[in-house]
Design a protein around this ligand. Structure first.
Ligand code: NAD
Ligand code: FES
Length: 287
């Protein structure tokens, strides 16, 4: 059992929880994820680790209530415990294993979209702690859906905010900001790392391909076992079938078949909608 030590809502339907999981907190690195089951009958939900603190023995998870199981996870309160939190899973971001002298000469651009902003944070924080300042673009639908801006400002080189409706920062999509920085301002980056909705990662990838800018994305495929056995999370990368859970979750964006990944991601939409229609029983915390 994994006790919830802190919980709050960052924005409408976006919940942040600090969970006591000392072994995961000790081993976690940027880019890795956990698979959560709210209770013994719960669906397995992969969530990218948004922060970890080995001194407190906690990990931070940010969950958007988009379906039956994410609503259930977010219904837990401080002092209650999630049934399973398995991890850290997946490979850490590639830069974690690279020589610091090389990293210090490199310019990174992070593109964070919506809830995907939370998993970008440990990357930028890790780089900052190792003396590397990365630029970050955060995109959200509007100012009330922006998350992690203060935390990110504290660790980023420069922070650029974009909202679809122009209610904060630049009015437009994250890809418009990428174009502004690279094409208009002539900034040079060695690598772009984008995390957010699949459609955003697809269009960031198409944009950066024009600049020949190496780009990495973190794919949030559907998962079941998280061990490479079931095949649920398969994606096509460079014409090869890979498993997001054991080969990823980070991949070379310019090789990912995003259209197939989006089709697979929406495979159970009908069942999700049906489950979403069911009311939750407050007294027993089930649906
Ligand atoms: P959103 O729909 O509000 O989009 C966030 C930003 O992405 C937008 O503000 C815009 O700047 C950009 N964007 C969206 N569509 C775009 C397009 N066609 N071209 C260019 N830029 C575009 O984001 P949200 O509602 O927070 O997203 C939720 C989704 O993110 C969920 O599907 C969730 O599964 C996914 N997610 C992914 C990860 C991951 O690891 N990849 C992590 C958390 C959440
Ligand atoms: Fe089963 Fe990845 S979740 S192979």
């Amino acid at each position: 059992m994994f006790e919830i030590r802190e919980k709050e809502y960052l924005a409408d339907g976006i919940c942040i929880m600090e969970i006591y999981a000392p072994r995961i907190a000790h081993a976690a690195l940027p880019g890795q994820f956990v698979i959560v089951r709210a209770d013994e009958r719960g669906e397995r939900i992969p969530l990218t680790i948004a922060d970890y603190d080995s001194n407190r023995g906690t990990i931070t998870l940010v969950t958007q209530t988009i379906g039956y199981s994410t609503r259930k996870i977010c219904s837990f309160e401080v002092g209650e415990a999630l049934r399973d939190v398995a991890g850290p899973l997946g490979h850490p971001s590639a830069f974690v294993g690279e020589p610091l002298e090389e990293l210090r000469g490199r310019r990174y651009l992070f593109v964070a979209g919506g809830v995907g902003t939370a998993p970008v944070y440990p990357h930028v924080k890790w780089l900052h702690e190792h003396g590397i300042e990365a630029d970050v673009i955060i995109g959200a639908k509007n100012s009330s859906m922006l998350i992690y801006t203060d935390e990110m400002r504290a660790v980023a080189g420069e922070l650029f905010i974009a909202t679809d409706d122009g209610s904060a920062g630049f009015g437009g999509l994250v890809t418009d900001v990428v174009k502004e920085l690279v094409e208009v301002q002539g900034r040079r980056y060695d690598e772009c790392i984008a995390i957010g909705p699949m459609i955003m990662m697809k269009f960031v990838s198409l944009t950066t391909a024009k600049y020949d800018l190496k780009t990495t994305v973190s794919l949030n495929a559907l998962m079941v076992d998280g061990t490479g056995m079931c095949g649920a999370c398969r994606v096509s990368v460079g014409g090869k079938t890979l498993f997001t859970c054991v080969d990823g979750p980070e991949f070379d964006a310019h090789k990912v078949d995003f259209d197939e990944a989006m089709r697979r991601q929406s495979m159970f939409r009908e069942q999700e909608q049906l489950a979403n229609g069911r009311p939750m029983h407050k007294e027993c915390n089930c649906f």
